[in-house]
Design a protein around this ligand. Structure first.
Ligand SMILES: Nc1nc2c(ncn2[C@@H]2O[C@H](COP(=O)(O)OP(=O)(O)OP(=O)(O)O)[C@@H](O)[C@H]2O)c(=O)[nH]1
Ligand SMILES: [Mg+2]
Length: 554
């Protein structure tokens, strides 16, 4: 197959939403319908210690929430899918945002009883900034849900995106029986199966098919027909260009738990979702490193900075690092999104951070925490590379050293805490575990200026990350730890060119401290926003940055 054919087969997408809308459940069902698993391990089955393929981490199994994103690669219907299930909780949103740099489209899951929740709205905004097309799955229609027309209206009103209902729910809540596919004009009535572990038996027929019609009570049928007529009157057509331009989102209704509408979503999505897109590979000088420009289509007439997937040189970037995925192999995996050219195992590439050549011999395709050696990969694929301790999040790997991706956004920590090691005999494990978790980007460490305290001050986007650190230190490194709250809630970066003498004479509000990040860049820790504002007003010549600066002072 040619590179163009390989590219056209690939669909790389993430599942996103507010916590608990059903992302992991939907992921599991897409695997079931995609033929990648035989039996869906329902999320509720976790109580019996069997877990979903997607939530494989110890803590995820225990809590029933997703903490870390998961990559699942499988083949279905002539396509190669790279599916990424993401955590919904805002404390883990760094991981989710990084995943969004690696995909070409998303499925946004909405709990139909709740409508659009805050975290969904935030993630939607990020997708929009990046130019990522959005498909919508209205989940949990088996529960008393909001009026479907009101849900469409909410998409338009709250998110400002047009909604195109691809199918329509028949019945609501306990009476939810299936969906009407507006493309084929067929009703799909499903039967519930125990625990939704197997595909739901389905009966398909037109509105006038007596066998199918007979399944519905008069009221449900009348209502469905009425609503469908209203939709027809609204007169929207499926418009791929509007979907790609994020003006419209195709909307599918269903219930992931009961397997209702999952096949229709999978097939509808694959038919219309875009294939791998290019990335800006050489940012304009001083260009935004926030990835805001990153995934958009090239400007008219093209630009030398834009690397198309067909570009003959191999290139990709690391968007995630995770250690100890498989307790049998205590190692680290760097997740790479292939952006252009062909990846071949054992190839030698240029590594942007070290500016050295490295040979990539241990490459894997990933399916949750399972992995399998892969010899080649193409644009759109996500592969896992093992055994490169120097790889970091955001690094570019390429056979053309001129290509440099700046895709990974930066985050401002909002939670601060000291982490003590109560067991000096375990210092090595404690340190090793902490270093690893920092490399994964779970937390950052800050070092107070003029301080003799050796206890690391940790900074994270949300406090749940500290719990993850403690849990993983103990379960993966055998090191217990103790958290101690730190008195700051705001961190701001100082100008990189500040000298030690300048730092000595800074006038700081009470309770503030100067510290350094891992790159030895100076920061100020403030007790609260008010105090940070006060500093800004009283130190006009010292501009603060809310985003981490990127140059390391070594
Ligand atoms: N009634 C009903 N419950 C559902 C449906 N889909 C998922 N759930 C339930 O909703 C809860 C959350 O599901 P998850 O799939 O873990 O949600 P998630 O979006 O992955 O959550 P996070 O990853 O933690 O953000 C679980 O108890 C599921 O069983 C559905 O279609 N109907
Ligand atoms: Mg989940």
């Amino acid at each position: 197959m040619t590179i163009t054919e390989e590219i056209s087969k690939r669909r790389t997408f993430a599942i996103i939403s507010h916590p608990d809308a059903g992302k992991t459940t939907l992921t599991e069902k897409l695997l079931l319908y995609g033929g990648a698993v035989q039996l869906a391990g329902s999320v509720t089955a976790r109580k019996n210690q069997s877990a979903t393929t997607s939530d494989w981490m110890e803590l995820e199994k225990k809590r029933g929430i997703s903490i870390s994103s998961t990559v699942l690669q499988f083949d279905y219907n002539g396509y190669r899918l790279n599916l990424l299930d993401t955590p919904g909780h805002k404390d883990f949103s760094e991981d989710t945002y990084r995943v969004l740099t690696a995909v070409d489209s998303v499925v946004m899951v909405i709990d139909s009883a709740k409508g659009i929740e805050p975290q969904t709205r935030k993630l939607f905004e990020v997708c929009r900034q990046r130019g990522v097309p959005i498909f919508t799955f209205m989940n949990k229609c088996d529960r008393p849900m909001k009026d479907p027309l009101a849900l469409l209206d909410e998409l338009e009103r709250v998110l400002g995106i047009g909604a195109f209902p691809v199918n329509w729910p028949i019945g609501n809540g306990f009476e939810f029986q299936g969906v009407y596919d507006r493309q084929t004009k067929l009703m799909h009535l499903f039967e519930r199966t125990v625990g939704g572990q197997y595909r739901a038996p389905v009966q398909v027929g037109g509105l006038d098919d007596p066998a199918v019609r007979g399944q519905l009570d008069d009221e449900t049928f009348r209502r469905t027909v009425e609503e469908l007529e209203m939709l027809e009157h609204a007169g929207h057509e499926w418009d791929d260009a509007a979907v790609l331009a994020e003006k419209t989102t195709p909307v599918f209704f269903g219930s992931a738990l009961n397997n209702f509408g999952v096949q229709l979503l999978l097939d509808g999505f694959l038919k219309h979702a875009p294939g791998p897109r290019g990335r800006f590979g050489v940012p304009p000088s001083g260009g935004s490193a926030d990835g805001k420009h990153a995934n958009t289509n090239p400007p008219e007439g093209g630009t030398p900075n834009f690397i198309t997937p067909e570009h003959p040189e191999f290139s990709g970037f690391i968007f995630k690092i995770q250690a100890n995925m498989d307790p049998r192999h205590r190692d680290r995996i760097a997740f790479v999104r292939v952006c252009s050219g062909k990846f071949e195992r054992d190839m030698t590439v240029h590594h942007s951070r070290s500016k050295k050549k490295v040979r990539l011999s241990s490459s894997h395709k990933l399916f949750g925490n399972e992995r399998e050696i892969v010899d080649e990969a193409w644009p759109g694929d996500v592969i896992g590379l093992v055994g490169h301790d120097r790889f970091g999040i955001g690094d570019t790997l390429t056979t053309d050293p001129k290509i440099l991706y700046k895709e990974i956004p930066r985050f401002t920590p909002e939670a601060f805490s000291y982490l003590h090691n109560p067991n000096t005999a375990k210092y090595k494990q404690f340190r090793q575990g902490l270093d690893q978790l920092m490399q994964e980007g779970v937390i950052q460490a800050l070092y107070l200026r003029n301080s003799s305290v050796k206890t690391p001050l940790l900074a994270a986007v949300g406090p749940l990350q500290f719990e993850v650190v403690q849990f993983r230190l103990e379960s993966e490194y055998g090191a217990t730890s103790r958290l101690e709250a730190a008195p700051w809630t705001v961190v701001r970066w100082l100008p990189v060119d500040m000298k030690e003498d300048d730092l000595d004479v800074l006038s700081l509000p009470t309770g503030s401290r100067v510290a350094y990040d891992v790159g030895k860049n100076p920061v100020v820790l403030f007790a609260n926003e008010w105090s940070a504002d006060y500093f800004t007003k009283t130190n006009e010549r010292v501009p603060l940055s809310a985003l981490p600066v990127q140059t390391a002072r070594e």
